[in-house]
Design a protein around this ligand. Structure first.
Ligand SMILES: Nc1ncnc2c1ncn2[C@@H]1O[C@H](COP(=O)(O)OP(=O)(O)OP(=O)(O)O)[C@@H](O)[C@H]1O
Ligand SMILES: [Mg+2]
Length: 294
């Protein structure tokens, strides 16, 4: 064997030409995206750009209108439990926890979502679940410790502050022992300290050998964290590259800030950006744009 173990990267996620239409609206248009082992990749874009929809296509919640999603070289069937079973876990922009279960139970449920049967046994808390629970308890506690929630294992999920609920979602996602973790706005609603801690947590996850694809509006978080960033605007991938490339791209600045390009672009591009702005302004509560010094 002549293979080296040091410089081997594998493609964990390979989404190719993914399109998602809802009636007349194309929410995701021909998006290609790869995530390699050892990578943290960011997915950014204004509100309504199609980021969550793209995640939903990757995880089988939506059946894409066209395109394929491969995990480690195998095409995934668009069924959430099969995607989880294959090795992709996710968190949700709108937190989805079992509010009346304890923190620990939520993580245990995460371990059993690998099969439909396991999920039902966990939700019904039948004997099978309790047997598995005993076997999984140590691992679940280890994950709670990893995210910093071990002391709250017996609290009801609903009683956790918002930032801790987000951490619990991460622990639950990790409980399925994924090779790729998708995070949809993991720091939304967090204070700066919690955001910093989440940054460290994501580095920690990557260091465990789990590739990460993360959606965030907090640019400091994204550019600190990501090896590569892709920018979605109106469903299309506008730019992809390292932090410097993305930050230096005028089209990205324009899409976010509503500022004109320095070099006059083509009419088509202007129209595209203006449409993105108009959309962003209707869906953002604090849309930038008008420079009124008050
Ligand atoms: N199930 C659906 N049916 C119809 N339209 C949808 C559906 N899901 C999303 N959309 C539309 O697709 C577009 C993309 O929405 P999406 O939630 O993916 O954006 P996003 O980039 O995640 O935005 P945000 O940053 O606000 O979370 C929006 O116009 C949205 O209204
Ligand atoms: Mg979203």
């Amino acid at each position: 064997m002549t293979t080296t173990t040091t410089a081997t990267t594998t493609t964990v996620l390979d989404a190719s030409d993914v399109t998602m239409r809802f009636g007349g609206l194309t929410a995701v248009r021909s998006v290609d995206l790869t995530v390699n082992s050892g990578e943290i990749v960011g997915l950014i874009g204004p509100n309504g750009a199609g980021k969550t929809t793209f995640f939903n296509c990757l995880t089988g919640l939506y059946v894409p209108t066209s395109g394929t999603v491969k995990y480690k070289g195998t095409v995934l069937p668009p069924k959430p439990h099969l995607v989880t079973q294959a090795g992709i876990a996710r968190t949700f922009q709108n937190i989805r926890l079992f509010a009346n279960m304890t923190v620990l139970e939520n993580v245990l449920v995460g371990r059993h979502t690998r099969t439909k049967e396991g999920l039902w046994s966990a939700l019904l808390r039948g004997p099978g679940f309790h047997r598995a629970e005993a076997a999984s308890h140590a691992r679940a506690m280890e994950l709670l410790e990893f995210v910093g929630l071990e002391k709250k294992a017996e609290h009801l999920a609903r009683n956790l502050p918002y930032g801790e609920q987000r951490k619990l979602e991460i622990a639950r996602a990790l409980a399925s022992e994924p090779g790729l973790l998708l995070l949809d706005e993991p720091t939304a609603g967090m204070n700066p300290q919690e955001t910093r801690a989440t940054e460290e947590l994501v580095f920690g996850i990557r260091d465990k050998g789990i590739a990460v694809l993360v959606i965030e509006h907090d640019m400091r978080f994204i550019f600190n964290l990501c090896d590569r960033v892709a920018v979605l605007v109106q469903g299309e991938k506008l730019v992809e590259g390292d932090s410097a490339t993305v930050q230096g791209d005028e089209r990205v600045v324009a899409a976010y800030l509503g500022e004109p390009f320095e070099n006059a672009p083509g009419d088509e591009e202007v129209a595209e950006v203006e449409a993105a702005e108009a959309h962003a302004e209707t869906t953002t509560d604090a849309a930038p744009g008008k420079e009124n010094d008050r």
